[in-house]
Design a protein around this ligand. Sequence first.
Ligand SMILES: Cc1ncc(COP(=O)(O)O)c(C=O)c1O
Length: 195
Amino acid sequence: MIHINENFLKLKASYLFSDIAKRVSNYQEANPEQTIIKLGIGDVTEPLPKVCLEALHTAIDEMGKRETFHGYGPEQGYDFLREAIAKHDFQNRGANISADEIFVSDGSKCDSANFQEIFSEDIRIAIPDPVYPVYVDTNVMAGRTGENIDDRYENLVYLEATKDNNFSPALPTEPVDLIYLCYPNNPVGVTLNKE
Ligand SMILES: Cc1ncc(COP(=O)(O)O)c(C=O)c1O
């Protein structure tokens, strides 16, 4: 008999952002005269710059012609892109990062979910609170937590970011195996200094 991964049942609600989207749309329906300022996920305000549009159009056109069509790219990302990222995002800002240290993926959300699979199920995790929800939810799905009781998962060590500590949580006071550092923090926006 096939079994499902019952850890998914521990997830308290649907993904936070779909929950927010539902609440916003319910509110808007009930209050059509109100203008809502959305500060949620993906709410960018500006269109893509011209240079990006042109590059996207050119790349799509290449895929439509036999002479320039190509299949999968290299799995770490195209060298020209990795080199440009290393140069413009890092080296030009004084960070000694080379192109072979860059991995071009489909987004950091998937990566932050995927890389936790490297670790075994029984490691103890510390995580800032509040934090981007994917960091907690993926560990719940992987079985590293207990149940959700009063908005807290058992077996997770929460590093509280509050007004009292200027939203910079202290290090955990109990042994943990892995600490998530989310800086600049989403949602509170603080960052840490090197020290
Ligand atoms: C802290 C943090 N991690 C990960 C993500 C997901 O990023 P991506 O769009 O690259 O998947 C976000 C998106 O807002 C974020 O704020």
